[in-house]
Design a protein. Structure first.
Length: 142
């Protein structure tokens, strides 16, 4: 039977993967949205263009990022994932609040860069966890 520690570790790795995917999808969504706004109603996806959807998606991405990255830091003590996540989260939050009142280009740029930074921080966190879990043995090539 798996230990509770292994189960929690596996869950957090899944959370990091979901967070990375969500952040990356958010960045793609924000980068492409200005170009496809007219097409969304035609294919029944007009909700993707709403500010409400975007705000909730950013809240979800920020909460997941903070939980998984802080957990990762407690485990591997590397600050690099947080160094990318914190400015990325700030860009995301500013992009969906303050920048909404400015140009679409500024809003899209801020949330796209923020989403990419948060996605990259999740990948760094996963890599740090993987390196921590790696055990050198007779079958190891490293």
């Amino acid at each position: 039977m798996d230990s509770p520690q292994l189960d929690r570790s596996t869950w957090w790795k899944v959370a990091d993967r979901v967070g990375a995917a969500a952040s990356f999808l958010c960045a793609i969504h924000c980068a492409l949205l200005p170009f496809v706004l007219a097409l969304l109603p035609l294919i029944g996806l007009e909700f993707l263009a709403s500010h409400t959807f975007e705000r909730w998606f950013v809240v979800f991405a920020c909460a997941l990022a903070l939980f998984s990255l802080i957990r990762g830091y407690r485990r591997h003590r590397l600050s690099q994932p947080l160094a990318f996540a914190l400015p990325g989260l700030a860009l995301l939050l500013l992009g969906v609040t303050v920048a909404e009142g400015y140009s679409v280009a500024m809003h899209s740029t801020m949330v796209t860069l923020g989403g990419l930074m948060v996605a990259f921080s999740h990948f760094l966190n996963l890599r740090a966890d993987r390196q921590l879990d790696h055990v050198h043995g007779p079958q190891c090539a490293h």
